[in-house]
Design a protein around this ligand. Sequence first.
Ligand code: SF4
Length: 410
Amino acid sequence: MQTYSHSQVGLFTTCPRRYAFKHVERVDVPAAPSADIALGDVLHEVIRGLYDAARMSRVLSLADTLAIYAAEWSKPKRENVILTNERLTITDYIATGETMLRRFYERFQPFDEGKTLAIEQMFTFQFPHSPWQMRLKVDRLWRRDDGVVEILDYKTGRRLPNGVADPAFTRQLALYQLGIQATYPEFVPIEVAQYFLHHEELLRHRFTPDELDEETEGIRQDILGIRDAVRREDFPPKEGEHCRWCEFRTLCPAKRHRVQLEAEAGEESSTELSSAQAASRVAEAWLQAKEEERHLRSTLAALREDLIRIASDLDITTIAGASADVVVKQSLVDALPQRSNQEDDYVALSHLARRLGLETAFKLDTNELLKLWRADRLTAEQREQIAAYITSRQTAKVSSKKRRSDAVDD
Ligand code: SF4
């Protein structure tokens, strides 16, 4: 049975190609964590130790806690972390983490509030009304003194969500609530919370059944997006800041060529063009041609306006050029509202035309139909009948893109 996790879904949203390398093709490349991830891992590990000790009626001293923190950073796997902020060194990250940990310790020691039910524990559960399972790791599950079971997630990054309605808060925690509800139906009521160590802020929420349903549907749609990509074997690269710490850059179709050119730039020069350099020349020729086309288009648009004005001013329909005539034909034409600029009128007219039985005026909107198909918004019967017409075809789009700083591989 296929199993997904919140981070898996997040990875697909961030970059489908990276998702495919990691979870579909399972390409084995050495991976180093980003400094932010490493900092999060270390702090989660230390906090786990604090609450584990408290469950055995022991309180780790601040000095011991900081010693564990330092020891975690000295583990071999922390050696090659990737710095995600060029202005910060690894020492800065460690110092920031220590400050967060000290404040956390002061605020929550002796770590015995309520009853801890689970710490850093993995759960797997059947996602509602689906054939797949979800896996999640809960940072702390505890019963508060007021009887509420709280799912608490620790956040060590700098980003604070825009309140409890922010999808960055709701999507993950709704999934956690679904998991805990499925595993422990007797745990009621449940609240979800995120504690932001950097800001020392706690965001807490109790989902209404409607909110939970809405989030469940959102997660379902995300997973259907993954399943659709797997079915079509379509995982386009999605570049961004995250590429800087992607372990698949040398394999990525969006990065591989630049990586190769940069590697060749460091080698001894040869008089022969490599295939990478030849490809680069073709790309450059296309970019220049596109630039000329852009100039030509704007020149053509300006000349067109001039010709229309001249034809009106001189009250003529044909302007004689040196090599041929230019015909300017101006006329009044009937028009109907378009969906793009008069949506309300367009919808009203559509209803009217249907009421009047003007079926021949309707054209099948295949794009809309495809959207319904991809979002799985058709009934089983509709889906079955339409499936016979769904085919895959290769498409290609060539476009230019400004090179961003993240594209410069370090
Ligand atoms: S380098 Fe960027 S675009 Fe390529 S797979 Fe990695 S994250 Fe995606």
